[in-house]
Design a protein around this ligand. Structure first.
Ligand code: PEP
Ligand code: MG
Length: 756
């Protein structure tokens, strides 16, 4: 079964279009199960009906015509139950619905399974047979497995519009193309798609209309010739020492290159309207798909050769600068996995939105986008990234949705939302310089998180009382080597001077996890449980000391520096870090700098630190909760994985209890306790954090205004009551609903959207 499954999946993925994929699927399933009929019904949500879209065994003329109401018949039953329905004689079943045009009179045995994607029923896949019988367990499992594959294909078709086109041919009205991901940074951005991709990654090359077809073909010919020459030289150089098997490899390469076919195919793709790299990708992918689908193992292996060859040709094509992104005035930056550098490279004022196929709202790119106030959607894995270049796109960072080539009316609706948002911002701006104090006089510190030079002005404009978290890894990530001590000193000096006399908490290097330095590669199976944060810097005291000295030198005459240690799991790490900090301090003093010893703090972001918060607090001046990582580690939910993003909620009762414990432990030692994870900027959470007793909240610049607004419109007394109420609740969903309701009742409902 497994082999058949694999074959079907491969054949389906090689289909020309959505309809063909569905046809292949029904035919192959019917054959594999030796059953007479197999059909797919897709849900037309608009009209509340299941539509027959492909069949083997029912009346082929009924495709697109048969529509079963959502609550009727056995199809409706499968959808309602959201699980397989296996009946030996369908005609005896009370839900049997006779549809005249179907031509299913002869069939009795019925097995139907729902096609579900992200908890939504998209359709029903059924098999039928003349003689009454129950399909056995293995047949059922087979169908269920194929339904999961079908779900992905349908979701993709829904996003590209192929689904609505198909349904439209019977009744459906065309919808805007919309893809769902997860919210990354709030706000709405409208602009033109600019796709960035990793160099030498063939699969991520976007389609692009060529300016000059003939010039494009010339480039291609030159690239083929260069690769041919390269391979020839390589093989000649190695020939005398190569065993026959390896020699054969070069021969295969030469044969592929010499056969006019591949070059001609790519040239045809260029003439059909794609530039050379895109045309090459199309051909190589088609060959790879074909080879991988073959039974013959030797031929399957050739897929690797074709890929390798494709990469070599691509490398030649990329020798010129054309592959560099061409930014639009309003750029919607799109990529498989974007890095902070990709964001920073967009010319100032041109970045209107960000779309990342991977990652979630807690990924560092999303955090950075929030700091830069750029609407962002993460984890839009289904979007055909390669096809989005130059398309008009709306990024809805509130709901995590991306609209491609929107209709005029949709665009106008989003433009109206942008105007509303601007009005709210103007209102928030009016109270920018007022303190964050509740109506009954409770005051809490409002700090800002930063990390990019460019966001200092945004952070200053937010009216924060200082920097609660400066992520030093960002300037490290934006270079191709470790920044020198002097380079670091200049960066830190600019930051400290901009905010002085307000305090600035600079965090020591926190790389690893999802922030690998390109020039310091770390290969690990579980990077989030591996060599990360303080673990790296303690193992590399030369890097740590250079950074500490740079911070201290930068603080001369300002004395507003505070140093914070990330990813602490054990007191010995703090003891060792403190020893190195004192050493750096002495050295800098010896150099003649007149500085005070900075205050030192520890981040509480792993469960062990929660339970040791008091012991940690004894050793340092302040604690700051990293709720992003703390939530990830407490709930065992990868903060970057969009598939489990719905499980990631820092309002989970377990996280709330941990936060209370941290505040209590820190206060027992008389320490200042702050929180600098994204939770601090969530309007829904702020009352709870105040009630817990946090002394300050540190958040992205874009959240400061909204959080100040909430604080100034509520009381500490009401917050304490709400905290008491939510502590009796057992799920994050209930807690979030309860708090959203409380905000609505306080007349602050318009802020909820911002905190999503
Ligand atoms: C956190 O983990 O909450 C935090 C503030 O650090 P980062 O997001 O940079 O890991
Ligand atoms: Mg962290």
């Amino acid at each position: 079964m497994l082999t058949i499954l694999r074959q079907i999946i491969q054949e389906v993925s090689g289909a020309q279009d959505f309809s063909e994929a569905l046809d292949i699927m029904v035919q192959r399933i019917a054959n594999a199960l030796a059953t007479q009929a197999c059909s797919i019904f897709l849900l037309d949500r608009h009209h509340g009906e299941y539509v027959l879209v492909a069949t083997q065994g029912l009346n082929p003329d009924a495709v697109g015509k048969i529509r079963v109401p959502i609550n009727k018949g056995l199809i409706g039953l499968v959808g309602e139950r959201e699980e397989p329905v296996n009946i030996d004689d369908a005609r005896m079943h009370p839900r049997f619905l006779h549809v005249a045009e179907a031509g299913e009179e002869a069939y009795r045995a019925f097995l139907g399974t729902p096609v579900i994607y992200h908890r939504q029923v998209l359709g029903v896949l059924i098999v039928q047979q003349e003689e009454p019988r129950r399909y056995d367990e293995s047949e059922e499992a087979f169908l269920v497995t194929l339904a999961t594959q079908l779900a992905t294909i349908i979701a993709h078709a829904e996003a590209t519009g192929a689904l609505s086109d198909l349904l439209e041919s019977s009744k459906e009205v065309r919808h805007d193309h919309v893809y769902s991901g997860v919210p990354g940074a709030p706000g709405i951005g409208i602009g033109k798609g600019v796709v960035v991709y990793a160099p030498f990654d063939l699969d991520s090359i976007p389609d692009r209309v060529p300016e000059n077809v003939e010039a494009e073909i010339e480039l291609l010919d030159a690239a083929f010739a260069a690769v041919r020459e390269d391979i020839k030289m390589l093989s000649e150089r190695l020939y005398p020492n190569l065993p026959a098997e390896e020699r054969a490899l070069f021969e295969v390469y030469q044969r592929i290159l010499d056969s006019a076919d591949l070059g001609k195919e790519v040239a045809d793709n260029i003439r059909a309207g794609n530039w050379a790299p895109g045309a090459l990708r199309e051909s190589i992918q088609a060959h790879v798909r074909h080879l991988e689908g073959l039974d013959n193992e030797y031929m399957r292996e050739r897929a690797v050769d074709i890929k390798d060859l494709g990469l070599r040709v691509l490398a030649c094509l990329q020798k010129n600068d054309r592959t560099k992104p061409q930014y639009a005035e309003k750029t919607i930056l799109i990529g498989e996995t974007l890095s902070p550098t990709d964001l920073a490279e967009v010319p100032e004022g041109c970045l209107a939105g960000v779309i990342s196929a991977r990652g979630s709202g807690n990924s560092h790119v999303a955090i950075l986008a929030r700091a830069m106030k750029v609407p962002t959607v993460m984890g839009v894995g289904e979007a055909p990234i390669n096809e989005l270049l130059d398309k008009e796109i709306i990024v809805d960072g509130y709901y995590g949705q991306v609209h491609i080539s929107p209709s005029q009316s949709l665009r106008m609706e989003f433009e109206r939302l942008i105007m509303e948002e601007q009005k709210l911002d103007a209102k928030l701006d009016e109270i920018r310089d007022l303190p964050a104090v509740t109506k009954d006089g409770h005051r809490i510190g409002l700090m800002v998180n930063t990390g990019l030079g460019a966001d200092i002005s945004i952070s200053l404009a937010a009216g924060a009382e200082g920097v609660g978290l400066y992520r030093t890894e960002i300037p490290f990530l934006m270079r191709d080597r470790f920044p020198s001590g002097e380079e670091q000193r200049i960066i830190y000096r600019q930051l400290l001077a901009s905010f002085a006399p307000r305090p600035v908490i600079i965090r020591t290097l926190d790389v690893g996890g999802d922030k690998p330095l390109p020039y310091f590669p770390i290969k690990e199976d579980n990077p989030f449980l591996g060599w990360r944060g303080i673990r790296i810097t303690l193992d590399h005291p030369e890097i740590f000391l250079a950074q500490l000295r740079a911070m201290m030198r930068a603080s001369e005459g300002l004395n507003n520096l505070r140093i914070m240690l990330p990813m602490i799991t054990d007191v010995t790490e703090v003891d060792e870090a403190l020893r190195l900090i004192k050493k750096a301090y002495m050295e800098v003093r010896d150099e003649g700098f007149s500085i005070e010893m900075p205050q030192i703090g520890v981040m509480i972001e792993v469960p062990s630190a929660v339970y040791q918060a008091r012991a940690l607090a004894k050793r340092v001046d302040f604690l700051s909760v990293g709720s992003n990582d703390l939530t990830q580690y407490l709930l065992a939910v990868d903060r970057n994985n969009p598939r489990v993003a719905n499980l990631y909620d820092a309002l989970h009762p377990a996280v709330l209890r941990a936060l209370i414990q941290i505040v209590e432990s820190g206060h027992q030692e008389g320490r200042h306790i702050s929180i600098c994870g994204e939770l601090a900027g969530d309007p829904v959470a702020v009352m709870l954090l105040m009630a817990m007793g946090f002394d300050s909240l540190s958040m992205n610049a874009s959240s400061v205004g909204r959080i100040r607004w909430v604080i100034r419109h509520v009381t500490q007394k009401k917050s304490a009551k709400l905290l008491h109420e939510v502590l009796s609740m057992e799920s994050a969903v209930m807690i979030r609903c309860h708090m959203e309701l409380a905000l609505e009742r306080a007349g602050l409902g318009n802020l909820i959207r911002a905190g999503r």
